[in-house]
Design a binder for this molecule. Structure first.
Ligand code: NAP
Length: 326
């Protein structure tokens, strides 16, 4: 189903959540196709790209990314100038028992997207993960560091990166980490829910990373896409490639939980649970996760002049959004 509406935020989010395609066209303006419209990043991309040309946002109800024929048909029908792929198999632990599904969506589908983007001379923006690294470094990972994923999810996302790089062309891969925001399944929402259910919560205190908000990712993506389309960054050979894109500074999951609960009572009237610091080995999960997955954002800044907020400031912004939600 395809419905014609304007690019207002409410309509965008609503259309995404009921799984329909949302179209608003202006002649001679870029056509933007957002995949994964109901996901955390997909919803924020719709907000950020509202008013930027004509936006079509689709989710699983409208097409199955694991099906190359459906994916090709969608792109050939929509003829986008920009494809923003925020769709992915993101259930890190479940991927261990569904490796074929994870690989089809995260590993193989990006090749189809890259091929179709090349065919349409479109810009493909794709997101990847810090979980391509094994966590053995103790300083921020660079784009030139060798990936060594510990999990099926990380392996499938790395395969997706390589598939896009293999096709080449007008692509941007943004590796990000610990994504959360005011909506969707994420650590912040889990903490707020558990606070209502438990007096004590045990949190891993030896995995270090950079919590990154979906709205900071979407904001930075729009700035860069606008710059690419206006040729601010020069020719494709100057900007196409893989970049790390996270909020700055780092913290453990335990420290992140402390920061959430330091803000939650005044903002959301949530009761403070007791937080207990534990080690990864005390909280066994199906998938192994890197102990240190902080990414260096220097390449992103050097190339595009774009920096995301530090994670504390970004967390404040999310609480403001939660506070102002109806
Ligand atoms: N979340 C994180 O912590 C994190 C960290 C690093 C990198 N990333 C990357 O950032 C990107 C965005 O992640 P996110 O947090 O926004 O993920 P998300 O909230 O899980 O959203 C992913 C979206 O993709 C959709 N999707 C899944 N399989 C699909 C299929 N076969 N066909 C069509 N749509 C499908 C999902 O639909 P359903 O809900 O119906 O499954 C969901 O709406 C992904 O590339 C992810 O790998 C995320």
């Amino acid at each position: 189903m395809q419905v014609l509406v304007d690019t207002g935020r409410m309509q965008a989010a609503f259309a995404a959540h009921i799984g329909v395609m949302m179209t608003a066209r202006r002649s001679e303006s870029p056509r933007v196709l957002i995949l994964g419209a109901a996901g955390q990043v997909g919803v924020e991309l719709q907000r950020s790209f509202a008013g930027f040309g004509s936006v079509v946002a689709v989710d699983r109800e409208a097409f199955d990314l694991a099906d190359p024929n459906e994916t090709r048909a969608l792109i050939r029908r929509e003829k986008p100038d920009v494809i923003l792929n925020a769709a992915a198999y993101t259930a890190v632990d479940r991927a261990e028992s569904e490796p074929e599904v994870a690989m089809a969506i995260n590993g193989h589908a990006p090749r189809t997207l890259a091929e179709e983007a090349q065919r349409a001379n479109a810009l493909l923006v794709h997101y990847s993960t810090d979980y391509v690294f094994d966590g053995t470094k103790r300083e921020p990972w660079l784009e030139t560091d060798k990936p060594n994923p510990l999990s099926t999810y990380g392996t499938s996302k790395l395969a997706g990166e390589r598939a896009i790089q293999g096709v080449g062309g007008r692509y941007l891969i943004f590796r990000t980490s610990w994504v959360y925001g005011p909506h969707g399944r994420n650590f912040l929402q889990t903490m707020l829910r558990l606070a209502g259910e438990r007096d004590r919560i045990s949190i891993v205190d030896d995995q270090i990373g950079s919590p990154t908000t979906s709205n900071e990712l979407a904001r930075a993506t729009r700035t860069i896409v606008e710059g690419v389309l206006s040729e601010k960054y020069g020719s494709m050979h100057e900007w196409a490639g893989l970049y790390h894109m996270t909020c700055s500074d780092a913290v453990t999951w335990f420290g992140f939980a402390q920061a959430i609960f330091a803000r939650a009572p005044s903002n959301l009237n949530v009761q403070l649970p007791e937080l207990i610091s534990i080690k990864t080995e005390e909280f066994p999960t199906a998938a192994r996760r890197p102990l240190y997955s902080v990414l260096s954002n220097q390449k992103l800044f050097d190339r595009f002049g774009v920096r995301l907020a530090n994670w504390q400031k970004a967390l404040d912004q999310v609480f403001s959004a939660l506070n102002s939600a109806p």
